[in-house]
Write a protein that binds this ligand. Structure first.
Ligand SMILES: NC(=O)c1ccc[n+]([C@@H]2O[C@H](COP(=O)([O-])OP(=O)(O)OC[C@H]3O[C@@H](n4cnc5c(N)ncnc54)[C@H](OP(=O)(O)O)[C@@H]3O)[C@@H](O)[C@H]2O)c1
Length: 338
């Protein structure tokens, strides 16, 4: 039996629970999964050694916005107590990303790995900042750290390159890994100003009230670093990446690009030459004939250039509760089947 605890029960935590609940009768492997704990400072914390009722939890959170009324054996445990004292094999770490410190995820993940518990996370901060340290800790303790959902949500990228492209060397990659900025640039191409496009993104829930992380390229930068470390195997720091956001892009820039048969995309761009790498996040002119130019709205896409296959593309949704919840789900299936 694989006993799991969810730390952070927001959009992704609930999305994951929906996926887990809807698939429980479809995949035989899931009979070996038991959710026993959830810890969240606002939505509530519950622990039941015999397992939690996923349907009841979903109903409660939908109706009341929290799970504090769930009849649990133990209530109100904080995240660290849950990681330390719950009888669990897997910690699913889904707290907010902090790209500067990696906290609170870094402490949660370190604690779980030290206690020889597997970790599944969608939290970009700890992986972008402490990838090598955490992977070493996992290896030393004979457990796994899986983080498929940190890049392009549930669309398989990391495992796809690590497993399906194993043996083919990734020489470079570039792509659209932030749906919010791609939505804004798409709207601007349709005639909106930057401010109008940002407002539209906010009203649809694609951009936060403070959109800095997305529009200044920090979110894309973290994903670039995670990809470079995990699929290319490079040691690098977020400080090694040149970063420019999209806040200075004007309608005139978009119009000028259009007249040249091009479009402007916020691209992550990483290349390796004779052991040296170049890495940047920047608004980039992309020829209309290129696949990346056709990626509109919140969709994400990455182009990998490999030694044997040439260019290989991964295209799909880059955010959303069930979509990112599916990344957690696929990491769990990986743990169950490997
Ligand atoms: N949403 C997406 O589409 C998406 C896609 C890819 C990756 N991600 C990443 O996945 C993670 C979760 O995203 P989300 O959208 O689910 O965020 P969210 O809706 O803000 O949920 C995070 C939850 O964690 C709680 N939390 C904060 N500190 C905690 C702690 N110390 N212990 C336990 N819980 C804590 C938060 O409570 P408060 O509200 O009180 O802070 C909140 O309820 C983030 O790192 C995000 O970057 C999200």
């Amino acid at each position: 039996m694989m006993r799991i605890a969810i730390i952070g029960f927001g959009v992704v935590g609930q999305g994951f629970l929906e996926v887990l609940n809807s698939k429980k009768n479809e995949l035989s492997e899931l009979s070996k999964v038991k959710l026993v704990a959830i810890a969240d400072p606002v939505k509530g914390s519950v622990y039941c050694e015999d397992g939690l009722d996923t349907e009841k939890l979903l109903q409660l959170v939908k109706e009341r916005g929290h799970i504090k009324d769930y009849p649990a054996e133990e209530c109100g445990w904080d995240s660290l107590k849950t990681i330390r004292e719950s009888d669990t094999d897997v910690i699913v770490e889904l707290t907010p990303t902090n790209i500067e410190t990696g906290e609170p995820g870094y402490t949660h993940i370190k604690e779980a790995l030290t206690l020889k518990k597997h970790v599944v996370t969608t939290n970009k901060g700890p992986i972008a900042l402490y990838y090598h340290e955490l992977m070493e800790l996992a290896q030393k303790n004979g457990v796994k750290l899986l983080f498929e959902g940190t890049v392009v949500s549930g669309t398989p990228v990391i495992r796809f390159v690590q497993n399906s492209l194993r043996g083919a060397k990734v020489l470079s990659f570039r792509g659209i890994v932030n749906g919010t900025t791609n939505y804004i640039l798409t709207k601007m191409e349709e005639g909106a100003s930057y401010e109008e496009a940002l407002k539209s993104a906010q009203s649809r829930g694609y951009a936060e009230t403070d959109p800095t992380n997305d529009v200044e390229g920090y979110d894309a930068l973290a994903k670039l670093v995670i990809l470079a470390k995990s699929v290319v195997g490079i040691e690098m720091s977020p400080k090694d990446v040149k970063r420019t956001g999209i806040t200075n892009i004007t309608k005139e820039d978009i119009e000028k690009a259009k007249n040249q048969g091009k479009t402007i995309k916020l691209l992550v761009d990483f290349s390796l030459d004779k052991g040296k790498f170049k890495a940047q996040v920047a608004p980039t002119l992309v020829d209309k004939t290129e696949i990346l130019a056709s990626i509109r709205g919140v969709t994400n896409a990455i182009e990998f250039t490999t030694d044997i296959l040439g260019k290989v593309y991964v295209i799909g949704p880059g955010a959303g509760g069930p979509e990112t919840g599916f990344a957690v789900f696929s990491d769990l299936i990986e743990l169950l089947t490997s």
